[in-house]
Design a protein around this ligand. Sequence first.
Ligand code: AMP
Ligand code: ZN
Length: 501
Amino acid sequence: MSTAFYVVNFSAFAFTRRGLTCGPHMGLKLFNTLSRSIQEFAPLNSPKVSMYCCGPTVYDFAHIGNWRTFVFADLVRRTLEFSGYEVKHVMNITDVEDKIIKRIRETKTSLREFTGKFEAAFFDDLKTLNCLPPHQTPRATEHMPEIIALIEKLLQRGVAYKAADGSVYFSIEKYRGCGCNYGQLLKLNFDEMRAGERVASDEYDKESVADFALWKARAPEDGDVFWKSDSLGEGRPGWHIECSAMSMKALGETFDLHLGGEDLKFPHHEDEIAQSEGATGKPFVKHWMHGAHLLVEGKKMSKSLGNFFTLRDLLAKGFTGREIRYLLLTAHYRETFNFTMEGLHGAKSALARIDECVAKLRELGAPSAGSASSHQRAELALGAPLLQNFSAALDDDLNISAAWAVVFDWVRDMNRRLAENSLSAAEAAAALTGWDKIDSVLGIGTKSGAEVPAEILALAEARTAAKKAKDFKRADAIREELKAKGWAIEDTPKGPKLKKV
Ligand code: AMP
Ligand code: ZN
């Protein structure tokens, strides 16, 4: 006979704070890099939100700094959905640019073979960190017709020109001459800039503001990475034009929200604006958000310092995706975050506190507990204030520290009431409803029964069988054996309960 063991089991529900029929919640305020101020978030076509996040350059495994930015994008998307918006989330895959070409030359592999491996790893990691999959993940190499058409348009409008080697450059002078603003995301100094000075590489700093490459004429070092175009000749696109072409194809010429790490403000995002607005004559993006960088143990990550970690490196050290996600979500997105091993250990204990409280609430407040009206009353009393405070924290430019404070105050309060036996089953069920809604934003509730190893389950069943046979000596011995393996077993009215110690 099998015994019904139950362990902490969180399920992922798609909740919104208002419910789907009421329309989006008003009052969400976010910092906009364009205006350098915190603004009310107001999409062009509410309740729809068009959102683009610059995706990975698939030339290596994404590092923990990259993951800070992608988890931040996931938080933004989940917050918008929680607020009742219908988000279309697009994240590109940069599968051709300078760094990739260099690596395939070094490794003597084909472009697709090389990028395919890192792209697959990226999607695996995205799942490990419980990030919602974007609705579209376009690859640059599959958008050559759109990229070429956009460059042709810029040539026709006179803001791009062909250089002697056949490469095509964006002319900052011509663009500014049309009354357009280059330098929307940060202040640039044009005093030193000489007209027509060019930069061919995909990445450069703001001291070298110059005409940048849209199309790079085929060069011997590119090997067989080139595309043919009747108008542009043989070559490959620059990195910046890829994002302009893919984002506008997926979301239209003007869309709501564009995200990325702070290092992308210049030149990548500034160039995206110039290319897009230069081609369409319309505003490109209404709201820009940039996440601050991550440091490891106070320093910029570097392989030589030994502080460079991919997600896989941390999993190999025994940490879980859930712990890493939690830690990445503890700091405000506009503040530099110092990632430490100590912080990861702290994440483990913080999550354990939440898990224990939620498990106890589930024990007491199974969904059937209490009548509908007492449940509703309890939801008002317990779930609603929790959600209101949590929402208010998010509305304040994603004030995540305040949001976590709401969560841990709630855990403390629930633990106190559970200890005092002053929580009814209906109240516990209502509290759980509130928690599930909150976790639709935080995305940390992924612990499941599957995490109890089969060997432990078998021992627990053997103990139940021993107790039934009144062999209490054996039952106690099994309890000790479980303890030695790191598991506590507790007999409750609903059956034996396993808990990791
Ligand atoms: P990449 O794959 O290099 O194109 O970068 C992917 C994303 O990671 C971009 O949005 C970058 O801005 C971001 N990023 C790169 N380094 C860091 C870092 N140390 N901390 C946070 N974000 C980063
Ligand atoms: Zn981009």
